[in-house]
Design a protein around this ligand. Structure first.
Ligand code: F6R
Length: 261
């Protein structure tokens, strides 16, 4: 695992975006996994800037969203289908036909989840999965004690996650109780993981994911099992890390051939 500690949230967005752009420039047909929420917004803004400047072309990428709420209309402004269209597809000029979001409205959720897994397989799997992390350590909406082997399925959001996401809704009780999410096993199959976190409120989750025991109590600790995981965080989110000096030293001495920016 590579841990990159940066001075502020803007740098987090820029450096994580550079890792993504590096891969897409080499392989324009890259299959991306997309997180929603606040954490990746800086990445999407930076990628959009490069697209506008003409130094990056994402039209040939395919993308699969990590998750979707169950029980809200696709055109609800906070459905992840709407968020992905507004924050990612339009500003990054992705081809909407190549961007997929799990179906949280199907009358047969299990079949819809299996179909989503099939779509990912048929696309050749996810090359680079963008991740945020919840304050309780969830990735995607895999709440604590999610199986490391889990695939796309329905989950019950914890009251803490619903409270954290209430800021996106006009009333707290409008936050759905359920979601469909790629499983931890689905996420683990991605060839590369790029997790971003900003702010003191993420420090405990980052410490548990990076340095804590491998445990389904912190789903983010899955990254410890992955062969190519990058964690890009600001100083505040790094506050709980015991080996932060070593991570800074490693990044400062990173060989040129390994650099992506
Ligand atoms: C959403 C997702 C979640 C969020 C996490 C952090 O697609 O994958 O795991 O990344 O809840 O949310 P923010 O970034 O809003 O703090």
């Amino acid at each position: 695992m590579e841990i990159i500690i940066l001075p502020d949230a803007d740098e987090v967005g820029r450096v994580a975006a550079a890792a993504i752009a590096h891969r897409v420039r080499r392989t324009p047909e890259t299959v991306l996994g997309l997180a929603t929420g606040s954490s990746p917004l800086g990445i999407y803004r930076q990628l959009a800037d490069w697209v506008k400047q003409g130094s990056l072309d994402l039209r040939h990428t395919r993308a699969f969203a990590l998750d979707e709420y169950v029980g809200i209309a696709a055109d609800h402004p906070q459905s992840y289908a709407s968020v992905i269209r507004r924050e990612v597809v339009e500003p990054l000029s992705l081809d909407p036909d190549r961007v997929h979001v799990p179906d949280g409205r199907s009358s047969d959720i299990e079949a819809a989840c299996a179909a989503y897994e099939d779509q990912i397989q048929r696309a050749g799997g996810i090359d680079l999965q963008i991740l945020g992390i919840g304050a309780n350590g969830h990735i995607g909406f895999n709440e604590p004690i999610s199986s490391f082997a889990s695939r796309t399925r329905i989950k019950t959001l914890t009251p803490k996650t619903r409270a954290d996401n209430a800021r996106f809704f006009s009333q707290p009780d409008h936050v759905p109780t359920h979601c469909v999410t790629q499983g931890l096993g689905t996420i683990a199959d991605a060839k590369q993981l790029v997790l971003v976190a900003q702010g003191e409120h993420k420090a405990d989750a980052i410490a548990a994911a990076v340095e804590g025991p491998l445990s389904s109590m912190c789903p983010g600790s899955l990254l410890q099992l992955h062969r190519h995981a990058i964690v890009v965080i600001d100083e505040l989110a790094a506050n709980g890390l015991r080996l932060s000096d070593y991570y800074r030293y490693t990044y400062a001495n990173k060989p040129d051939w390994q650099r992506f920016e």
